[in-house]
Design a protein around this ligand. Structure first.
Ligand SMILES: Nc1ncnc2c1ncn2[C@@H]1O[C@H](COP(=O)(O)OP(=O)(O)OP(=O)(O)O)[C@@H](O)[C@H]1O
Ligand SMILES: [Mg+2]
Length: 293
């Protein structure tokens, strides 16, 4: 049984002439244990998809089954309960409460669950240890680096032992070193049995995924299985085609990726290349504009 099964899921905002289609009849099945990177240009519906899958939002049309249970029509309270028990969320902006220490932030979901304080605190310390912050439990968010804040947020997402971790641009506010640290942490979590969905604009980070889903205009344009450690085929094509590898270029790369996808929707012909490109190599190849034909 699939962990996530979306059938013709649409999400509309507004009414009448002002209606905008954020998700357009999306079908997506994700098995337990996958690590899926979601890519696509700004406004393509990635966060909307994460919010529907994560039971924050309800789809306007279509069916959603989570662990075999139909959840698309649940009311707010039931959705919140399912979310609390099955899903851990990680956001770009960390969403830590500034007046609580790291350990108190991590323990918060257990408080909502009604767990007694002693057990809560012990579990929260265990989680902080797991993310390498056993010595930062009494720090407040303002006393932590971006990477450490995100690690606290990951510990908080894990404390309920959820089946599914959803991370919407978890490295969007981090420098490249902290990004790697956070992605390695998510990867470790994936390897210990969790299903992980993460949104990224950075093709490099598809190395941590077992599958890459590309979105455009609220729809899934391409869906490919990848091997851990390898950049997705389309993402790789974009990396070679973009001259520099700054964050801005990564964003530009996603737009280029989508134009390539637009042209090669049916039979993509990515370049055959077995080894990972190093930055220098990438720069050289980029001048020749090697993109899929
Ligand atoms: N609450 C809302 N009300 C109205 N429109 C919305 C709402 N949330 C999202 N949308 C619209 O839905 C579309 C998809 O938005 P979404 O936030 O899912 O994009 P995204 O792919 O996550 O973009 P980004 O990469 O910038 O985060 C956009 O056109 C957006 O304006
Ligand atoms: Mg978004």
């Amino acid at each position: 049984m699939a962990l996530i099964e979306l059938k013709d899921v649409s999400k509309l905002y507004g009414f009448g002439d002002a209606t905008s289609v954020a998700l357009d009849e999306v079908c997506l099945t994700i098995e337990q244990g996958e690590c899926v990177a979601i890519m696509g240009p700004s406004g393509s519906g990635k966060s909307t998809l994460m919010n529907v899958v994560g039971l924050i939002d309800r789809p306007t049309h279509g069916d959603y089954h989570l662990s075999g249970k139909k959840v698309s029509r649940l009311g707010g309270n039931q959705r919140a309960r399912q979310r609390r028990d099955k899903i851990g969320f990680i956001f770009q902006s960390f969403n830590l409460l500034p007046n609580l220490t790291a350990v108190e932030n991590v323990a918060l979901p257990l408080l909502y669950k009604g767990m007694p304080q002693g057990r809560r605190t012990k579990k929260a310390w265990d989680m902080l240890e797991r993310v390498g912050l056993g010595d930062r439990g009494y720090y407040y968010p303002r006393q932590l680096s971006g990477g450490q804040k995100q690690s606290v947020a990951i510990a908080r997402a894990l404390v309920n032992a959820p089946q599914l971790i959803i991370a919407d641009e978890p490295t969007g506010n981090l420098d490249s070193n902290s990004s790697r640290l956070v992605m390695e942490l998510l990867s470790e979590i994936h390897k210990t049995g969790n299903t992980v969905l993460f949104v990224t604009h950075n093709p490099e980070l598809t190395r941590f995924a077992t599958r890459v889903v590309y979105m455009q205009d609220g729809a899934i344009k391409h869906d490919e299985k990848t091997r851990l450690g390898e950049v997705g085929r389309y993402a790789r094509a974009v990396m070679y085609a973009v001259p520099e590898t700054t964050e801005e270029d990564d964003l530009a790369g996603v737009s280029l990726l989508m134009s390539i996808l637009g042209k090669h929707n049916d039979s993509p012909a990515p370049r055959k290349r077995t080894s990972h490109a190093k930055t220098k190599d990438r720069k050289t190849t980029s001048r020749r504009k090697k993109v899929p034909e």
